[in-house]
Write a protein of this length. Sequence first.
Length: 498
Amino acid sequence: MLRPDYKEFSRLAGEATLIPVVKSVMADLLTPVSAFLAIAANEPDSFLLESVERGEQIGRYTFLGARPYMRITARGESIWLERGKRKEQRKGSVFQVVKELLRQHRPATVPGLPPFTAGAVGYFAYDMVRQLEKIGEHTKDDLSVPDCVLMFFDRLLAFDHLRHQIHIIATTDVSSESPRSAFDRALVDIARIEKKLTSGLHPAHWRKTIRPRNAPLKIHTETSRSRFTKSVERAKEFIAAGDIFQVVLSQRLDFAPQVAPFDIYRALRAVNPSPYMYFLRMGSTHVLGSSPEMLVRVTGRKLEYRPIAGTHPRGRDETEDARLEKAMLEDEKERAEHVMLVDLGRNDLGRVSEYGSVKVRDLMYVERYSHVMHLVSALEGKLRSDLDAIDAFAACFPAGTLSGAPKVRAMQIIEELEPVRRGVYGGSVLYADFAGNLDSCIAIRTMLMQGKRAYLQAGAGIVADSYPQTEFQECMNKAQALLRAVEMARKGSSVASG
């Protein structure tokens, strides 16, 4: 089924500059992984976004795409825009540049389409906060990770898991060419993508790993147990002095996985299904993860925010899970920390919401994941009419649950106590469209792969009565899902090359 037809497309061209053309096909013979391999296995810039709600139920939509028409890379106030062979450098705020780019078009409304049909996909590193707040310059920038990479796509696939369909979407810019030319070009691109989908997978995608990696993974920790313990004690001194109420301290692990990035992602989606699962390929750099925590979602003028604060390991069975869940809900330390971060979230939303519109929809419920369970709340607000989705994103960035409270002072203390810049960890993976919608998660349970090395990071919230050894172990618990996925990929079962 193709929509809109040319007659309707031509009518829409009179009122909009961006118009999606969509062909919907049955999805019963394809999975998101096989579709990604079919259209993007050899593409240097591509993405896959999946979702499992509350760790249990598949989200309605999966998005994937390749061959972005534009890419933004930012380091500090230096911003590079690449479009084809053209490369332009700017100075200033990348938030402002993204706002301008997303405002350039008037998208048409075609009923019944997925929430994302064209726009930006990528990440903002934690260190992008330096454009928003003064937190100091003490940590070492040893990985030189860009502060922001956003890829802009106008050709993508959307799986509708409810209707068992794949939407092949080609969004056209009728401000730069005639409606007839734009429509015909969209049809050509849709046919090209459909041919790739229906041609099946190349045998190389199903290769068997010849030599299983059975040797133990050699993990290097950037922060020793003794250094982390000293940092916790120092953080408690700041708390006792009244500087902060809480701060999140993290530690970074790195290793040589000796397997392809997409192999690890495939294992991770099986080991730790989460509301936000993502695989971003940006040349030789890959970001992959399974985050349980939304940063902020903007749908029209509606704002959603879901802070997670409180973590316990999973039990051996349902009985032990229930006991641990009850204990977490009754733990005064966990409850106090959670309420403090809910209040911080309310303040962040309040900066961009209409007066009186911020509400706590659900307070302190438990979500279970493969290795841990979390204490979660849900907040919502209404975006002010003079602001947009990027304003809302910037107001909430980075998450209080990854920094502390008060947020700015906590980030200054993180800058003093952590040895290296966080990079992607604690930042955000997101998509944003031209209609003012945005969905973003906090980049936790996330791995950065550069060259032959992989980097992952995990943190713990430090409060006045924290025990250093307990907080150290919480970091290790949070890293387990990713480490288990790496080990699974290294075992040498049939996996796809990525």
